[in-house]
Design a protein around this ligand. Structure first.
Ligand code: UDP
Length: 422
């Protein structure tokens, strides 16, 4: 292997395109993770190719992010949006296209880092066909997700089997929190190798603007009490809990309260329907005067929104990691979050924010009010949160740890590579 191929990696994210706009249906944390990890790895000297499925003929086939980092869109199935639960049947074509790309460009990826279960299947094929080593990040576990939803999709059996297989056969699984690791062990399999390497955030971008400037920029009164939600419109995100909690706030009729619910949607799609449902609850409860739904917030404007807020609320029913919580803390804003999954790992109760039981309207209300009604404590929580993120959750730090892991796997000679026996 020459030094070039040694530092070459493919990040595979079939349905989570790292080069598209974030914050709409099925485009959230995974897209951000892949893009930011890719860019940070390139800064460490890795040649990073990120593979995704092309979902429109207008999309560029190759997007160059930096000299060593690019997104490559492969045509597999129709060039249109396909919900992820319907994507499995296009994977064999995705594998063929990736192999063809390798042939045409005289590349062979000795290591692939796959994201979400669909991509894990692609990685397992590449391992079988050409001996590529595999690192995998789940982003979401079927075994956890299906416990929380009313209707189990047809693809569930396949997904659960693939998720078990990759845990048992990949060179390494990257869990983004100890809580996720525990779920893998208790719900998926006792076999396989897991490292905990968290998600990160851009600590230069988030935290770059102070509260006063941000409020002036966004036209928000300096004495307002601002509660912020950022994320996709998905019932799993628990936005209804937040709205009902604010309805019970002691500050509800103070004239100072402002609720901002940021997130993109497509009318008629599932996120559009959830957005309409939330908007109608807001109206029903008579909260329209102090509630805004500004739509998708671009990554450029987001630092101002986080900085302008007194508290950022993450009311998810479940969250494997939860990038929004660390983005808010990096911006010096306290977080009130559901006491679940990765949020238990990132939010330090009473130090950087508060954790409350998911779906518990009264508990969210009390926690939000505690922070809003004590401005000095609010500032302290914010400052501690910023330091916490600087110390533990920068993309640079995450990429350092992934780079070390990849190097270690690539240095292991093939016959010695630890494949757990089935
Ligand atoms: N996001 C955004 N604009 C929006 C809503 C969300 O850029 O209007 C981004 C947000 O900043 C975060 C990601 O989408 O980086 C959401 O990631 P998270 O892990 O919180 O949730 P997921 O979408 O993965 O469930």
């Amino acid at each position: 292997m020459n030094s070039n191929t040694e530092k070459r990696i493919a990040l595979i994210s079939v349905h989570g395109d790292p080069a598209i706009e974030i914050g709409k249906e099925e485009a959230g944390g995974q897209n951000v993770y892949v893009r930011e990890v890719g860019k940070a790895l390139a800064q460490l000297g890795w040649q990073v190719d990120m593979f995704s499925r092309k979902v429109s003929p207008e999309q560029e086939t190759i997007v160059q992010h930096s000299p060593l980092c690019r997104t490559i869109r492969l045509t597999a199935g129709p060039e249109e949006f396909i919900p992820r639960d319907n994507g499995f049947k296009y994977l064999p074509e995705f594998v063929q296209q990736l192999l063809q790309f390798q042939r045409e460009n005289h590349i062979m990826y000795p290591l692939v880092h796959t994201n979400y279960w669909l991509s894990s299947w692609v990685g397992m094929q590449l391992k079988a066909i050409q001996g590529s080593s595999q690192v995998h990040t789940y982003h979401s576990l079927g075994a956890v997700k299906y416990k929380a939803v009313d209707t189990i999709p047809l693809i569930a059996t396949k997904r659960l089997a693939v998720e078990k297989q990759v845990l048992e056969t990949a060179e390494r699984i990257v869990a983004t929190s100890p809580q996720e690791q525990q779920h893998m062990r208790s719900l998926v399999s006792a076999k396989g190798y897991i490292d905990v390497i968290p998600c990160g955030t851009d600590i230069a971008k988030f935290g770059s603007v102070d509260k006063q400037t941000a409020r002036a920029e966004l036209g928000i009164a300096q004495d307002a009490k601002v509660v912020l939600y950022v994320g996709r419109f998905d019932p799993r995100k628990g936005i209804e809990t937040l709205v009902r909690a604010i309805n019970e706030s002691q500050l509800r009729d103070s004239g100072k309260l402002k609720l901002i619910i940021g997130g993109g949607f497509t009318p008629g799609n599932s996120d559009g329907r959830e957005r309409d449902r939330i908007a109608s609850i807001v109206e029903e409860l008579g909260m329209s005067e102090f509630t805004t739904l500004p739509g998708r917030l671009s990554q450029d404007i987001l630092p101002a929104y986080y900085a302008a807020a007194d508290v950022c609320v993450v009311p998810s029913h479940y969250e494997p990691f939860g990038l929004v919580a660390i983005e808010a803390m990096a911006s010096g804003t306290p977080v009130v979050a559901s006491d679940v999954g990765g949020l238990q790992f990132t939010v330090v109760p009473e130090k950087t924010g508060l954790l409350v039981p998911p779906k518990d309207v009264a508990a969210f209300c009390v926690a939000i009010d505690r922070i809003l009604m004590n401005p000095q404590w609010c500032d302290e929580l914010g400052q501690t949160g910023r330091k916490h993120i600087e110390a533990m959750f920068s993309w640079g730090g995450v990429a350092d740890r992934l780079s070390e892991l990849y190097t270690q796997i690539l240095a292991t000679k093939l016959p010695e590579r630890a494949l757990v026996s089935q």
